[in-house]
Design a protein around this ligand. Structure first.
Ligand SMILES: Nc1nc2c(ncn2[C@@H]2O[C@H](COP(=O)(O)OP(=O)(O)O)[C@@H](O)[C@H]2O)c(=O)[nH]1
Ligand SMILES: [Mg+2]
Length: 379
């Protein structure tokens, strides 16, 4: 609000002048002063008029009202917060963070306080890559010894890479390269949520068997649901020159598998279903049940899932299928490859391959401790 002052000898003239200049006005105040004129006993009056524009004063009073309203709301909010806080049971005091850890601590102090030096740094690096704090602590512990000076655990390896490799070798299981040994044919079903990469990665694995191991491979698709599902698979199969079949039910699938007993490997592509859809997962289970006895199940998990989502997928699928191992996809799209380690540790399932892109067949890597270490260190 801006106040304007007018000075003159005639109050009415001053008001008129103010109205002319400002439009509608509010008179805030005026004062009169007697000043001596030419004739000493005839003092003149001098007026000082303080006015403001009417709209401004309205605006400002509205502003005051708005502010008062806000203050009222804030007061109520404060009362509510006080009430809720008073209902929370009192917590034990949080231990103070030691000075040397203040900058680096990203996992809870109770988990990290038994470590020092490089061990702390590695724990934090793993956490930044999506490894859960408890898992990171467990992994780093594998390569730690007691630092006599600080009486805390520190890395006893020369490099982080070495420490991660040791940890993965001890805490994770790996399938190693898929080979065909013993009973033939080896029958593997690819299961997992829609779009996770079952069809593309099935053909990457198929080409490993065909090109690298010169084995006889057949592919059966049960994915008659997804639009273009079998078409995409048919094209890959023809490029790879492997026989391709479509099975729509349990009886048909069994028939086809029985007829392919001469092959070394049979790969079964399944329809993608949401893991929330119990009924659909039941349908896949029913279709596969005809060949169940000889079947291996590889569950595909996208590295785009966070650990909670990934474990939910693992648990749902495991409640339907005896999952044998995991294959991770889309690691190229994720900045948190730690999900591989978390799920490997939590599910105790062996890790097979990791898909690193969309190209078939080259974008796939066998998971080993050293590949996991490369992924975590961003190499
Ligand atoms: N970026 C990336 N894309 C992938 C990867 N694996 C599969 N895809 C893509 O994910 C999409 C779905 O794959 P698809 O095999 O059809 O999934 P399905 O529904 O599980 O059979 C396709 O566009 C694939 O090219 C991967 O590792 N990285
Ligand atoms: Mg598919």
């Amino acid at each position: 609000m801006s106040v304007k002052v007018y000075e003159g000898e005639d109050l009415d003239l001053l008001i008129e002048k103010a109205k002319k200049e400002l439009g509608e006005i509010d008179i805030l105040y005026y004062e009169v002063e007697k000043v001596p004129g030419i004739i000493p006993f005839l003092k003149k009056k001098k007026y000082r008029l303080f006015v403001t524009r009417k709209s401004e004063s309205v605006e400002s009073s509205q502003e005051v009202e708005r502010l008062e309203e806000e203050i009222k709301e804030l007061k109520n909010l404060l009362i509510n917060i006080r009430e809720s806080v008073s209902k929370i049971p009192s917590q034990p005091p949080v231990p103070a963070v030691p000075e040397h850890l203040k900058e680096k601590v990203v996992c809870s102090i109770t988990q990290i306080e038994e470590f020092t030096g490089d061990a702390v740094e590695l724990i934090n690096l793993l956490i930044r890559k999506g490894v859960e704090p408890e898992v990171a602590v467990e992994l780093v512990k594998v390569s730690c010894g007691l630092d006599i000076e600080t009486e805390k655990l520190d890395l006893n390896t020369n490099t982080f890479r070495e420490a991660i490799i040791n940890a993965c070798s001890e805490k994770l299981k790996f399938t190693g390269d898929f080979k065909v040994e013993g009973k033939k044919p080896r029958v593997i079903a690819f299961i997992g949520p829609t779009g996770v990469g079952k069809t593309t990665n099935l053909f990457k694995i198929a080409s490993k068997f065909v090109i690298e191991q010169e084995l006889k491979v057949g592919v059966i698709s049960t994915d008659t649901f997804k639009v273009g599902g079998t078409q995409q698979a048919r094209i890959y199969a023809s490029i790879l020159n492997v026989p391709f079949y479509v099975a729509t039910d349990q009886k048909k699938l069994k028939e086809i598998v029985d007829n392919l007993s001469e092959l070394d490997v049979i790969l079964i592509d399944t329809v993608g279903r949401s893991h929330y859809d119990y009924f659909r997962l039941g349908e896949i289970k029913a279709t596969l049940s005809g060949v169940e006895s000889s079947l291996e199940y590889v569950l595909l998990i996208s590295c785009n899932y966070n650990t909670r989502e990934a474990m939910e997928v693992v648990n749902r699928y495991r409640s339907f299928f005896p999952v044998d191992y995991l294959l991770f996809t889309k690691v190229d799209e994720s900045s948190q490859p730690g999900v591989i380690v978390n799920v490997g540790v939590k599910s105790e399932l062996p890790l097979s391959y990791v898909s690193t892109g969309q190209r078939v067949p080259e974008d796939i890597k066998l998971l080993t401790p050293s590949v996991v270490s490369d992924l975590l260190l961003g190499e």
